[in-house]
Ligand binder design. Structure first.
Ligand code: ADP
Length: 597
């Protein structure tokens, strides 16, 4: 929407200037009313035997009338909105008072008496000064104020030129000239500064409008991403599970190659969904957590997750680190590393990716360095922008252009710093400084346990997860509540085939309550969140009450709203986001059921 710019429309601008001037002068005229009443009384001592009595008295009476008229005019001006008319009235008000003071030359000054001349001259200079302070903002009003006073003085001097003390008169005229000049210059510079103020106000207004528009656009974008990815994740989740269930070992060569291509494309799609999920989490005011985690275990997870990819591309992957306990947010640290590592692998065709962890005066810093295609200097300032993908690396693209923007947002969130150096054709190095504390170094880096890298990985409780694998699957009863038919079938098929006792729980309220009569004791509940009239929390809590046991439970959802996440936490219900590998869900179930034993 084009903005109304007052400075750009001269009519409007002139009116604004006139209003501002009038406001200032009216305030001044009002506050100086007392002075206009008191000042004529101070002239009484000037009365002498030579003063024409009738003229003097008439002057006093006239002055009283003019002061009253001036007061009345100020009131009229305040009430009226006609600017030109108001200026005329104000000029009459201020000019009529100074006209009477100008007439004072003919009443109070005796040309041959230097004392009376000097005294009246001082009074007039004071009035001149008062006028400069109050009416200089408008050149015409200032003239209306000053000209009657000084004009009549000039006439008086001309009529009495033989008796007058010329040096004083000359000084007075110089003061008059300077006052006029200063009045003119001040009026112009006031207009300039007012115009600047108007421009600033307009720019500020424009900035506010644009800022609000960009906030609104950002919210709309986040909502769109959240909604679109929410709806698409449901079928993606089913596709993931069915793909995992295909036993590709017995496929013919051609089918097997097609299957692998499908799996690769699905994995790219999963990556994109997870990126969108990261973005919507970051948009929903995610706050970093502070916990302790083992650097060695995190490195092992990363090594485990990226090893295959590196091997496929014939790349080396080397980690340099001294194992230690870190105080900070493990998930955000891992997210940064995962994004940098997948970029490094994606944009490198040969060589080795080096990931280096350092203890920088008690704080954790790390870098990811590759020997890939590098980033042209012209792109360096753009690569952290959302959806930016450099033309230089076009042949390697399979992302959305969001990875680095997520990195930079997380780095800002944790209060860290990010730097990048790169040379085209030689490689790139991304360095991250974190405020996370390195608490203590562990003696043997090789003592780290090897684990799979999963989004819910808890590096501190790794031993629990390892031991969980020993729990007999056939003794575990998993309750499944899912309203999407294909997804429910996929869960049932997968867990039954894997040897678990699986219990399909109805998600319609009446059927659910009837079902409660013969339901076996569950070890874990896996539920969707949105299930029609009631949600997953309701079914999980009802089952927990039925068995009078805090059965470990997990909601697998595409919902990322912070309010819902907070609600799951309150009910001690874990949450996994779609799309997620079925093996990840299984491992999570094993971990949770074991730790609750
Ligand atoms: P994406 O990788 O999905 O395109 P990113 O935000 O992660 O999006 O990266 C933005 C752009 O920065 C990429 O398109 C690529 O041109 C460039 N880039 C990022 N990391 C590297 C790297 N390690 N080597 C070369 N170019 C990179």
């Amino acid at each position: 929407m084009p903005l109304h710019n007052p400075a750009a429309h001269s009519d409007n601008y002139n009116e604004l200037v006139a209003k501002e001037k009038l406001g200032y002068m009216l305030d001044y005229a009002k506050t100086s009313t007392i002075a206009t009443i008191v000042a004529p009384l101070l002239c009484i001592p000037l009365y002498s035997d030579n003063t024409p009595e009738l003229l003097f008295k008439s002057w006093l009476v006239l002055m009283a009338i003019v002061v009253l008229v001036r007061l009345q005019l100020i009131r009229v001006i305040k009430a009226s909105s006609d600017i030109t008319h108001n200026f005329t009235l104000l000029n009459i008000a201020v000019g009529s008072v100074t006209l009477l003071w100008g007439l004072g030359w003919f009443i109070f000054v005796i040309p041959e008496d230097p004392v009376s001349y000097l005294l009246y001259q001082i009074i007039c200079l004071t009035i001149l000064f008062v006028g400069m302070v109050g009416y200089c903002v408008d050149w015409k009003t200032f003239c209306a104020f000053i000209v009657p006073l000084k004009g009549l003085e000039i006439i008086f001097l001309a009529l009495n030129y033989q008796d007058i003390i010329w040096p004083i008169s000359a000084g007075s005229m110089v003061a008059f000239y300077l006052a006029l000049k200063m009045g003119f210059l001040f009026s112009k510079s006031w207009e300039r500064s007012f115009s600047l103020r108007l421009k600033n106000d307009t720019l500020y207004e424009q900035l506010v409008v644009e800022k609000n528009a960009s906030i609104a656009a950002n919210i709309a974008k986040s909502e769109f991403i959240a909604t679109a990815s929410h709806d698409l994740r449901q079928p993606m989740q089913a596709i993931n599970i069915f793909i995992e269930m295909i036993d590709h070992r017995h496929l013919q060569e051609y089918e097997s190659s097609v299957f692998h291509r499908i799996r690769k494309s699905v994995s790219v799609l999963n990556k994109m969904f997870n990126t969108l999920l990261d973005i919507s989490k970051l948009d929903s005011n995610l706050t970093p957590i502070e916990t302790h985690f083992s650097l060695g275990l995190m490195v092992n997870d990363l090594r485990h997750s990226f090893a295959d990819l590196c091997q496929e591309k014939g790349l080396g992957l080397a980690f340099t680190f001294e194992d230690g306990l870190i105080q900070g947010d493990p998930h955000l640290t891992e997210q940064i590393l995962r994004n940098l590592l997948s970029n490094a692998i994606q944009y490198t065709d040969r060589g080795t990716i080096h990931v280096n962890f350092e203890n920088d005066q008690g704080h954790l810093n790390f870098s990811v360095e590759d020997t890939g295609c590098g980033i042209p200097p012209t792109d360096m300032s753009l690569i952290f922008n959302e959806f930016y993908r450099s033309d230089h690396s076009r042949s390697h693209h399979d992302g959305l252009g969001l990875g680095l923007s997520i990195v930079i947002r997380i780095v800002k969130k944790i209060g860290g710093e990010c730097a990048v150096v790169s040379e085209v054709g030689k490689g790139s190095k991304f360095t991250i400084k974190t405020p996370f504390l390195v608490l203590k170094s562990l003696e043997s880096p090789s003592s780290a346990l090897s684990m799979n890298a999963k989004p819910f990985t808890n590096w501190v409780d790794a031993s629990i997860r390892n031991a969980a694998n020993t729990v007999s699957k056939s003794s575990l009863h998993i309750g499944i509540i899912e309203n999407d038919d294909s997804l429910r079938d996929a869960y049932l098929q997968y867990f039954t085939t894997a040897g678990y006792q699986v219990c399909e729980i109805p998600h319609q309220e009446d059927k659910f309550h009837a079902f409660l009569q013969d339901i076996p004791k569950l070890n874990f509940i896996l539920s969707d969140f949105r299930l029609g009239q009631k949600d997953g929390i309701y079914y999980i809590q009802t089952l927990r009450e039925e068995f009078n046991d805090e059965i470990p439970a997990c909601i697998v959802t595409a919902d990322t709203s912070p309010q819902h996440l907070e609600m799951f936490k309150q009910f001690n219900i874990h949450v996994l986001h779609k799309p997620i590998d079925i093996q990840d869900i299984e491992e999570f179930i094993l971990q949770q059921t074991f730790s609750s034993h």
